[in-house]
Design a protein around this ligand. Structure first.
Ligand code: CTP
Length: 410
């Protein structure tokens, strides 16, 4: 039965201390707080005095549903030690925006206000610190800031961004704080286990489009969602990911290198080029099996009185997965089988015919364009069903399965 599943909130059960230091990007922190809460996190906001000049604690209290802390002398805490209490149950401190001044103070281990004090007093082994820098491009590029940045990284701090582009001061360059949705994606990725760290993963996704004339072509109903979810999950797991995408309108997952193609032959060229330097290849694309032999330069017109509609001679497209699986130094290859019937039988046949160690089987018509799916992993040792779930959850499980098999192979 096709019962839609809503994805489990990605930050369910996570407690985040969100620090704000002074900067115009404080206005984005309000939205970021909302995103964190929507993703299931509980959020405790801590603000510096400078941050309060840009946005009021009232706004952040309303959005986080908790009183905001602004002072190390806050008498609300029974032991008067907000700087200690705040992080003992926290899964991470995220400072967004992190100003140049705050970064300088943290790099030196200073503790002259509640936020820096809280960062210094956190249990460093179990409460990681993530900073989202936000400043003018000259401040960012200054050797002092870059020195502080290197020190913070050496101390185990994770730096989110910064982005590049128009700045509030009117200049253009590096130093913009990442957008709230980008920060959220980075934080969700941060919490995923790094099962594919150091691995290079190649993925094909979406349909291909085989032109007949300038306005028509052969294609299929693949939305690309499953392949994009696998790309995101692999990147979250620490892999460097190349995604060869057919014509789909989906945003590129953060940190993923995307190569857009239209036809099966373009996908073949891009994928075989990247395969030589890949450790894993996941072929999720619904590659058109055939293409018209000839391309009409002009739109084919209806001819009044013509007895028969036009007919097209087709020729077979190259098989990307089979070709890559047979390379001398083939990556670990995973195929997808989208079937309309006799799922396992077809999947097993494809395992043999394509010469790959793992096939992921699913019912094509039931999943095209949907946000959820049901998968069956088929390999030489048997079958494993992954119950219906959203595509990102399934992709993360698939990535874990691939990582386990790579580990066993090493
Ligand atoms: N595939 C590929 N290149 C092709 C055709 C398929 O890389 N030219 C890959 C798909 O990305 C998928 C797997 O092969 O991972 C199976 O694709 P599918 O279309 O189900 O298999 P076909 O070999 O085309 O068999 P059929 O269409 O007859 O079911």
């Amino acid at each position: 039965m096709n019962v839609p599943t809503s994805p489990a909130p990605d930050l369910a059960g996570k407690h985040i201390v969100l620090g704000l230091s002074g900067g115009i990007a404080c206005y984005k922190a309000a939205d970021f707080t909302r995103e964190l809460v929507k993703a299931g996190a509980t959020v405790q906001v801590v603000m510096t005095e400078a941050a309060e000049r840009f946005i009021t604690p009232v706004t952040l209290q309303a959005l986080s549903n908790r009183p905001v802390f602004t002072s190390q002398w806050d008498a609300r805490e029974a032991n008067n030690m907000a700087h200690i209490n705040l992080t003992r149950a926290a899964d991470a401190i995220v400072v967004a925006p992190a100003s140049a001044d705050l970064m300088a103070r943290l790099a030196q281990g200073r503790a002259d206000d509640l936020l820096s004090l809280t960062c210094l007093a956190r249990p460093i082994e179990r409460c990681p610190l993530l900073l989202a820098p936000a400043m003018n491009r000259e401040m960012w590029a200054h050797p002092a800031t870059q020195r502080n940045l290197a020190q913070l990284r050496a101390d185990g701090t994770t730096i989110l961004g910064p982005g590049s582009g128009d700045q509030a001061c009117g200049e253009i360059g590096d130093g913009r704080m990442l957008e709230p949705t980008e920060l959220l994606a980075e934080l969700i990725a941060f919490f995923q286990p790094k099962l594919l760290a150091g691995r290079r993963v190649l993925i094909t996704a979406g349909p291909t489009f085989e032109p007949i004339d300038p306005v028509r072509g052969l294609t299929n109903r693949s939305s690309g969602k499953m392949g994009f979810a696998v790309a995101r999950a692999a990147a979250e797991a620490g892999a460097s990911v190349t995604l060869v995408a057919g014509p789909v309108h989906l945003p590129t997952p953060r940190g993923v290198t995307r190569i857009d193609v239209i036809t099966a032959r373009q996908m073949f060229d891009a994928a075989t080029r990247a395969a030589a330097s890949s450790d894993v290849f996941v072929a999720t694309a619904a590659v058109a099996d055939w293409r018209p032999v000839a391309f009409n330069d002009h739109k084919i017109k209806k001819r009044p009185g013509a007895k028969a509609p036009p007919s097209f001679e087709l020729t077979e497209n190259p098989d990307i997965l089979t070709t890559i699986a047979r390379l001398d130094k083939a990556p670990y290859c995973v195929g997808f089988a989208a079937e309309s019937h006799d799922l396992l039988e077809h999947a097993r046949e494809k395992l043999e015919r394509k010469g790959v160690p793992l096939i992921v089987a699913n019912l094509g018509p039931a999943t095209f364009g949907q946000d959820d799916n049901m998968l069956t992993l088929v390999d030489a040792s048997g079958e494993r069903e992954l119950p219906r779930a959203d595509k990102l959850t399934l992709a993360r499980t698939l990535v874990a399965e691939i990582a386990r098999r790579l580990g066993a192979r090493a």
